[in-house]
Design a binder for this molecule. Structure first.
Ligand SMILES: [Zn+2]
Length: 52
């Protein structure tokens, strides 16, 4: 697992989905910071098909 100093700092206590506001299973990769649920919905929209 790679944790950048920047993300380590900003990711502290800020793991909330930007869409639904949920803090469960939030993905922080690609700076999306959205939960897995919303990710699947927006993944196609942003052209991000590969996940998992
Ligand atoms: Zn969400």
């Amino acid at each position: 697992m790679m944790v950048k100093p920047e993300e380590k700092f900003k990711g502290k206590g800020l793991r909330k989905c930007r869409i639904c506001g949920s803090a469960r299973a939030v993905i922080r990769s690609h700076r999306l910071q959205i939960c897995r649920r919303c990710f699947r919905e927006v993944a196609a929209d942003i052209g991000f098909k590969k996940y998992g």
